[in-house]
Write a protein that binds this ligand. Sequence first.
Ligand code: BGC
Length: 476
Amino acid sequence: MTLASQGGVTSMDVFLEKFFPKVYRTMKESSIHENQYCKFDSQLLTSFTSSLYIAGLIATFFASTITRVFGRKISMLFGGVSFLVGAILNGAATNLAMLIIGRILLGVGIGFANQAVPLYLSEMSPPRLRGALNILFQLATTIGILAANLVNFGTNKIKEGYGWRVSLGLAVVPAAILTFGAIFLPDTPNSLIDRGQRDKAKAILEKVRGSKQVEEEFQDLVEARETSKQITNPWSNIMKRKYRPQLVMAIMIPAFQQLTGINVIMFYVPVLFKTLGFGDNGSLFSAVITGAVNVVATLVSIRCVDKYGRRALFLERGAQMFICQVAIGAIIGVKFGVTGTGSLSKGYADLLLVLICLYVSAFAWSWGPLGWLIPSEVFPLEIRSAGQSITVAVNFFYNFVIAQVFLAMLCHLKFGLFFFFACFVLLMTIFVYLFVPETKNVPIEEMNIVWRKHWFWGKYVTGDGKVELSQPKNVA
Ligand code: BGC
């Protein structure tokens, strides 16, 4: 929620005037005959936006250890509290330092949440619902973004000029949900077994499955724990040649997800539309529309992912994203020109919004949920925690880079920004076609078969794919 709400506040006049007076002045001074693409270009504004991702990136590695050693609950609680304090600091900010420290705390919060919540969900859910639950996490993200966009649309109307405080401060709502959820929810059976609390683990498993017949599953958890306990260092393990396909997926899938350019559209739609000459209200309203499209399309993906498969969604929706981006770039290019001094008629503005919605829905059917689902389902247990950290870190890293350079890119690449991301969409669609195997309906434990049969990864993954355990010590 916060990410989106802060994308929103950076387009609010009062907020800019208070914290970024220079940006505000430049913006006001640039009249229509000047370059519209550059009026928001400010290192300060971008460091405000991107400090969150760097904080989240670093925090996620600490979170992986805390999640493993102290349990998922503690990590979620830590994330929730950090997020809560960050939201309060942001809402009450009287200077830039408070704003940036608050944002770093929010970053730590999401770093922990992204590490622990998906793990919590997949450990708590029965295996047959795991895929759907995984996408529900993405659904929650999209609902948060929509809620933030609605809040911004409302608070922008507050005449007294404190609307931005309400926007930023309202992040306490998801923060409180996470914090109280973490206090009241039980820890996962897997984590309890890991920490030697077997009786409690069994009681919780019986409770969440609603049955006393859990002996088989409980034994599986105990055995999985025994096996993975023998892997002392998941970080050096993940570097082994036989895990190369998973490592490549852990890095490339989140990187590509961000390189679709989705956050340029989602979080900067208000800035983008303002650049294009829409008023404050018009630009925030279009953000509400794209937010709603994102939620609805994510619901569609929940229904399609196990029916049509991952590859079909990736390939078809990749083509849709590519076409939309080229068309958006072309319209802005023709209407605004290289100097950015043109203007957009109502008809073209509407067409632009339709194209943006088509692009967002294509993302929400493919790279949005699959960007998280694919990495989470291809790691074998012994490298799953390390893999999840890499995925979160890479995702945040690219999020950071794009947030950091977006305004400068808009200023220098102008409408070419959309062609830039379109090239990446083409590249990633080819990557999926060649290197991402279909994982639909394949049990996680049998994923190795998929790699072994693959024309390229087959060279790396051989044998039965079982974990090579080190020899137990003291064997006579
Ligand atoms: C991405 C976010 C993005 C969101 C949009 C997520 O899967 O990781 O960066 O903002 O989707 O719905």
